[in-house]
Structure formats: structure tokens, C-alpha cells
Design a protein around this ligand. Sequence first.
Ligand SMILES: O=P(O)(O)OC[C@H]1O[C@H](OP(=O)(O)OP(=O)(O)O)[C@H](O)[C@@H]1O
Ligand code: HPA
Length: 181
Amino acid sequence: MDQVTYKGLTFEPYITNDTIQNRIAEIAREINKQYAGKQPLFLCVLNGAFPFAADLFRAIDIDAEISFIRLKSYEGTSTTGVVKQVLGLSENLEGRDVIVVEDIIDTGNTIKKLVADLKEKNPASIRIATLLFKPESLQCEVNPDYVGFAIPPKFIIGFGLDLDGLARNLRDIYVLHDDNL
Ligand SMILES: O=P(O)(O)OC[C@H]1O[C@H](OP(=O)(O)OP(=O)(O)O)[C@H](O)[C@@H]1O
Ligand code: HPA
């Protein structure tokens, strides 16, 4: 894997697609076991989570549903601090076992707001699956139930994660090179 450049910023190869797929298979096995006999509703947080949600959902072998919600707070490599709900949820969550699917938990502000909003809809349970988790960047208490990879507080792109809309189509995950900081 080679370096990639977007908007004048250089990114180094970080996590290969093979490694990602192996980890997704492990998480799916855990969910298949823990939700056996139930019919969980996966809730994919657009835009970034769509590749993770697609691969995770395909590896689920119990009855399950998937729906989508769109939230937005990042511009460039930093959060605006304001989480906007761009596309709402149509499903009735009453009594449902919800698994929120995120690409990344960074400051935690997005997932915290989303979980608070979802709880008002009276689901039976809410769990969080995130491909990437930056524990050192958290600004609030968040405990994801399924974590692909815990990573240091560096900006990441690829496999759904973007820099101003670009790089989501990279098969692998890349990290911002330290020289750019
Ligand atoms: O923990 P936080 O600091 O809140 O960051 C995490 C959120 O940031 C990204 O979304 P973004 O706002 O970039 O929208 P996108 O998914 O469309 O890229 C990512 O998909 C998470 O939803
Ligand atoms: O590291 C990141 N990369 C891309 N999008 C993000 N949204 C929160 N953190 C990140």
C-alpha cells in the first residue's frame, strides 16, 4: 500500500481491507450469538458508516433489519461541535433491539446525541457497534459495545471515512501523516 494525498494532505497506510474484514467477521459472530432468537434493527449512521454497515450486515446470519439515519458535524479534519440531523428516522423503535452502526467514535458527541434521541423512542435495547474508536479523544462518556479497532487520536480516512467528502471509496484505512500537523 502506498501513501495517498487529498487536499494537499498526505496519509499513510494504516489498516488493510483484509484486517478490517477479519475483524468485522469476528464482531458479526459475536452479534449472531448474542442476538440469537431476536430480530435486531441495525441503524447505520450515514454517510461514513455505509461500508462497515454493509459488510457487517451481510455477515449477520440471524433475522435482522437495517435502516439509516444521517448525521453531520465534521468539516475538514475537525468537528464543528454541532451535530446536525440531516436525514431522519422513519422506523418505529418501540420494543426493538437497536444496534447503532458507526464508522468512528471520536469526541463521542455524535453518538451521545443520537443515543439520547433514540432512547426517547422506547427501544427494548440499544447497543453501539463502531469500526473505529478514539478513546483518548472522547469529550463525554461513551462505551461502545462492539469496537473494530481502538486507535490513537489521529485523523483517519478510507473505508467510508472522508476528508470533506473525499476518500470514502478507499478499500483500506489511512492515517494522516504526522508531518501534516
Ligand atoms: O465522535 P464524533 O467526534 O462526533 O465523530 C464521529 C462522527 O463524525 C463522522 O461523521 P461526519 O459528521 O463527518 O459525517 P459523515 O459520516 O457524513 O462523514 C462519523 O461518521 C461519526 O458520525
Ligand atoms: O478521524 C476521522 N476521520 C474522518 N472523519 C471523522 N469524523 C470523526 N473523526 C474522523
